[in-house]
Write a protein that binds this ligand. Structure first.
Ligand code: FE
Ligand code: CA
Length: 519
């Protein structure tokens, strides 16, 4: 019997003992813990989430926010929240339970780092505060390290500009049969309101911690987004718009001093940490946050999650669409920073997985948007095309060490692409050393007038097997020991929250044969 549901009607007070207080966040030890008994409105307005699946546990997340768009609406006190993990969807077979403390320092968000679970199985979880119950979420642990795994199913997504449309893609993703979801960034956008969109941002361009919290809260009020969080564990990384368009390390896009921008980055990183089901090592320290990390799924797949914003050097040739400048070949220009690059190469060297996934933000493959003879070309210089020496280092590594089946998954560009990764992109006869799947946006715009010119450049980029700019959606991946299949799932419109989904195209990679073929 569900302990909580059976006691729901009784009046309850929560007495929190010293044991619960021991887990309190460092900054708030002196603050009294208050057993809140009433809220101005339902406190679980932002739903629940889970993430960072390991074989023995996951991270559970929620945030108390009875007034989500106005700072949360919680008094400045610590509040105990009870949580439970069960092996059934009705929360009858509870296997773990405990109390966490929601503190004002973290906007009354809660992360419960659960361990002691069984590998490769589903669990359900729920939070309770006073007489209020959260929705029940479902999550799944990763298979045991190195164990044989028949197949994996996951989806990856990116770029969900609230103002450009609804999230029918998330609504449909929640109905898929997946083990987990990977989000590749632009989870929020920082812009002020656009009166022409089907729905508007809450207030002007965001700068302060309160601004970023209210913006994350706005996005998390979306029922389709909540449904996907409640259905699967997520593995998240960010791109630029979680802070500011096209920023690089401590360098803003425009109109801000470096000092003011660092303060803005502190606020943005803090709010991101508060709203994502990340492990505690990601807790920001000043303007720094540890986000790159690695996940293993038995012997079948290893996912290297990159952060290509925090440690970047400034775009060597600017961040537009233009010919390359000589600085793109400067070996000091980096997307990942030296330390993360070494970590990536070390991990790929040691991996025994069948598929080695690099989950990252901007397009890795070269794409010349102006391949006409005599032209000096046009490249997207915020992507790896602006950091050629860094890409060459990665490709040289892949050619020398040959980790099994490298597959890169990418967001950022609001359109669908499939690329063969070439030892030399300018020589179609050079070796194919990996495969890149670029997913379209959940809702962010790809201007219609760009579609024809991009398509016209395809013959000049023979390593690019597929491009579509018309549709929004996500990519669903099914992998087993023999092959990887990517299905480009797209919705008919983003002007209706419940638009239907269909598969626009499917591509496969055979084990041991880098490069994609149409299914
Ligand atoms: Fe985007
Ligand atoms: Ca982006």
């Amino acid at each position: 019997m569900n302990y909580w549901l059976s006691t729901r009607t009784k009046r309850r007070t929560f007495l929190v003992g010293a044991g619960a207080l021991a887990g309190l966040a460092i900054a708030s030890q002196a603050r009294p813990v208050v057993a809140q008994s009433r809220f101005s409105a339902y406190p679980f307005s932002l739903g629940v989430a889970s993430g960072d699946p390991l074989p023995d546990g996951v991270v559970l997340w929620t945030r108390l926010a009875p007034d989500p768009l106005n700072g949360g609406g919680m008094p400045s006190v610590n509040v105990p929240i009870q949580w439970q993990v069960a092996t059934d969807e009705n929360m009858r077979q509870v296997v773990l339970r405990g109390t966490a403390i929601a503190t004002p320092e973290f906007a009354h968000s809660v992360r419960v780092v659960v361990s002691g679970l069984q590998p490769g199985r589903w669990y359900w979880y729920q939070f309770k505060v006073a007489n209020e119950f959260s929705p029940i979420g479902r999550t799944r642990t990763a298979p045991a390290l190195g164990s044989p795994v028949d197949q994996l199913n996951f989806a990856f997504a990116s770029c969900q500009d609230w103002q450009n449309g609804f999230f029918p893609a998330f609504r449909r993703m929640a109905e898929e049969d997946l083990d987990f979801v990977v989000h590749l960034g632009d989870y929020i956008y920082e812009y002020g309101p656009d009166p022409n969109g089907p729905r508007q941002h809450n207030g002007p361009e965001i700068v302060s911690l309160t601004d970023y919290r209210n913006r994350h809260a706005l996005y998390k009020t979306d029922p389709s987004l909540q449904a996907v969080h409640a259905a699967f564990p997520w593995i998240v990384t960010w791109d630029d718009h979680e802070v500011e368009n096209n920023y690089a390390d401590e360098i803003p896009e425009e109109n801000q001093s470096r000092q003011a921008f660092i303060q803005r980055r502190v606020a943005a990183y803090q709010a991101y940490y508060e709203h994502m089901p990340l492990r505690s090592f990601a807790r920001p320290v000043g303007p720094d946050m540890q986000l790159y990390r690695r996940f293993s799924f038995g012997n079948l797949a290893e996912i290297n999650v990159l952060d290509t914003r925090q440690y970047r050097t400034d775009q060597p040739c600017g961040d537009g669409l233009a010919p390359r400048c000589p600085e793109a070949s400067n070996p000091a220009a980096t997307m990942t920073g030296t330390e993360q690059e070494r970590w990536l190469f070390d991990g790929l060297s040691q991996s025994g997985s069948r598929w080695n996934v690099i989950a990252q933000q901007t397009m890795l493959a070269q794409y010349n948007f102006d391949p006409r003879p005599g032209s000096s070309g046009a490249f997207n210089l915020d992507q790896w095309d602006g950091y050629v020496a860094a890409r060459d280092r990665l490709f040289n590594f892949l050619q020398q060490r040959k980790p099994a089946n490298p597959v890169v998954i990418t967001g950022d560009i609001h359109s669908s692409w499939v690329h063969d990764l070439k030892a030399d992109f300018n020589n179609p006869n050079s070796a194919t050393i990996g495969t890149e799947f670029v997913g379209t946006s959940i809702s962010s715009d790809f201007p219609a007038q760009f579609i024809a010119p991009v398509a016209a450049a395809l013959p000049g980029n023979p390593h690019t097997k597929f491009f579509d700019g018309a549709f929004r959606g996500y990519v669903r991946c099914n992998l087993n020991g023999d092959r990887w299949q990517s299905d480009y799932r797209v919705v008919s419109t983003i002007l209706e929250p419940d638009a239907p989904i269909s598969t626009l195209a499917s591509f496969v990679v055979e084990n041991g044969q880098p490069g994609a073929q149409r299914a």
